[in-house]
Design a binder for this molecule. Sequence first.
Ligand code: MG
Length: 386
Amino acid sequence: MLIGVIVVAGGRGQRLGGAVPKQLLEIGGRSLLRRSVDAFDRHPDITELVVVLPQDLVDDGRMLVGDTARTCRFVAGGARRQDSVRQGLGALSPAVDVILVHDAARPFVDADLITRVIRATSDVGAAVPGVQAKDTVKRVDVGAGLIAETVPREEVWLAQTPQGFRRQVLEDAVALGATDLAATDEAMLAEKAGYPVAIVRGDDRNTKITTAEDLVRARATMSAAAPRVGTGYDLHRLVEGRVLVLAGVVIPFERGPHAHSDGDVVCHALVDAMLGAAGAGDVGRHFPNTDVRWKNAAGLDLLTRTMAIVAEAGWRCASADVTVVLERPKLAPHVDRIRQALADTLGVAVSAIGLKGKTNEGVDAVGRGDAIASHAVAVLVPEDVR
Ligand code: MG
């Protein structure tokens, strides 16, 4: 049995109201579209994929979706959802005999749900995942603003995707959909075409991102579920005639870091930790010491710029822990101010910032007091909606 998937992302998601098409909005650093495609690309039973995009995004399809293990084609959608599915069907290999149609706005579909839909489709010919209504269901006379009746709750299921169809069933459904008949899902067309459609257990987590509130909730869920962690390290020689600065706090001392910038090892290590966690390169790539722009650059300024870089990738720093290794002077009197400066810059509580001073027990250049080093760990979580 060859199983193909049509991921429908042909709309603009105007209810979310932003300039970015809904399917390209990111949750935890990956777009809704990419999450949806990845879920099927990882499933062992899937043979090939077709992604239906708005016309102006088709050429960028591969870049938007990234590498896939299965064959993945990109086609332009039509005016209505059913037209987009027809376009998608036309792009699948003729040998595909079961087709799953999935809405890209459901980025949390998991392998078990996909498997349930495939099984029921191969048994019945068409299958839809659904969750049973939890609230009491009323049919309403909309014009009168009055309840017409109470519908038995066990008879009401809320349809999700992926919806599965044997090829002939979807072809007949799509043919019916080519008429004026407006459908909100493919199963409705299969029902109208006279086919039985099985209902299988859906998943409450397989939620559809429709409103800004949905997006906020999904990002919050992800932030609890999937933080990113990065580490950073920095070292500078200590020389006379330089000012010792840690997170913008001036530490009275007779020597300071030899550096193109201000040599703030706390900020530099933290910048690398954040960039590392976001998979966004390192301090040398973004702020090279060959560039005059960064001559004497303040560490806190680089940290602020780094926040913007990771925010662009959908992340913010939720907490950080830094160890400074130096022989002299004692760091203890400055720890609270350094933590406060980092907390203020990162926009987090002081309790989210760790800062420890260590000596190197007289060992090597740091131990001799000829250098200062710093280690940092940063935890990134998906950025909230701006
Ligand atoms: Mg440095």
